[in-house]
Design a protein around this ligand. Structure first.
Ligand SMILES: Cc1ncc(COP(=O)(O)O)c(C=O)c1O
Length: 274
């Protein structure tokens, strides 16, 4: 994703080529920082308040200084103004020094192309955050393992991965939540499994209810997903993304994913209009 604009606490908008962190910031040394990735529609970050809530909670759990929401909000506005790209990706980063960063990047067509084609997933044995010190539900910058999982999926000719725990319980993707459908019920793993409480996941739960689907959150083994009538992932940047293959088997393409993607875009448009 091409970086379009950067804003930093105490400095405002800076050239994206400029260094913005101290060399001893533990964000860099240890991956000890909190971050959020937010989809921008028509210049407005979608569900910004919810992302700031999660950022504040992540920072607290990691033991960072309290998040200054007003400052981040202002930095986000400055970076978005400087970028001038109505449909883009906003990243907010909060580090121990504390440095507060707002980054705006280009979105590209890649995700819409993938949505049209449908994505192939592979299942990978992941680590389930079972203890509080394993930071369940925390969005920290320690994402090297998540990125390695994506790379492993691509190495095996797939588009993305879905993590299962040692007992084969379905968790989430490296940067997505996972969903599947059987008749009019949508299934998604429970937040009790230590997965990230996706902002899009919460939005999809709402939209699914409005569209007449039941939503069941629980503990499911991989075969439940493998034998689903339809499956998709959700995330801020990828939005609702159909899954058309898992490991060696196909998954049928259904209409719920397209319906919910359209509803998500309508919700984003409604936020814009409000
Ligand atoms: C591990 C993980 N799960 C789920 C998600 C989806 O969360 P959201 O819908 O808030 O983007 C993300 C987002 O990056 C993630 O990193």
């Amino acid at each position: 994703m091409t970086l379009l604009a950067v804003a930093v606490n105490g400095r405002g908008v800076v050239d994206p080529e400029e260094p913005v962190l101290r060399a001893d910031d533990e964000a860099l040394l240890r991956g000890r920082a909190a971050f959020e990735t937010i989809r921008v529609y028509g210049g407005t970050p979608f569900k910004l308040a919810e992302h700031l809530d999660r950022l504040a909670a992540s920072a607290e759990r990691i033991g960072l200084p309290a998040v200054n929401r007003l400052e981040l909000d202002e930095l986000a506005r400055q970076a978005l103004d400087a970028a001038g790209a109505p449909d883009s990706v906003l990243r907010l980063i909060w580090t121990p020094t504390p440095a507060a960063l707002a980054l705006v990047s280009e979105l590209g067509d890649h995700y819409d192309d993938l949505r049209a084609r449908g994505q192939a997933l592979i299942s990978l044995r992941g680590i389930r955050a079972e203890e509080p010190w394993m930071l369940p539900g925390v969005k920290s910058t320690s994402y090297a393992v998540n990125m390695a999982a994506e790379a492993e999926a691509r190495r095996r000719g797939a588009d993305d991965a879905v993590f299962v725990d040692a007992a084969g319980i379905v968790l989430e993707g490296p940067t997505t939540n996972i969903w599947w459908r059987r008749e009019r019920t949508l299934f998604t793993p429970s937040l009790d499994l230590g997965i990230l409480a996706g902002v899009t996941r919460a939005t999809v739960i709402e939209l699914a209810g409005e569209a007449g689907y039941d939503v069941e959150e629980g503990t499911y083994v991989l075969s439940e997903l493998q034998t689903a009538e339809e499956a998709f992932t959700s995330s801020s940047v990828r939005e609702v993304m159909p899954v058309t293959a898992l490991d060696d088997g196909p998954i049928a393409r259904g209409t719920a994913a397209d319906e919910l993607q359209a509803a998500l875009r309508r919700a984003a448009g409604a936020t814009l209009a409000a």
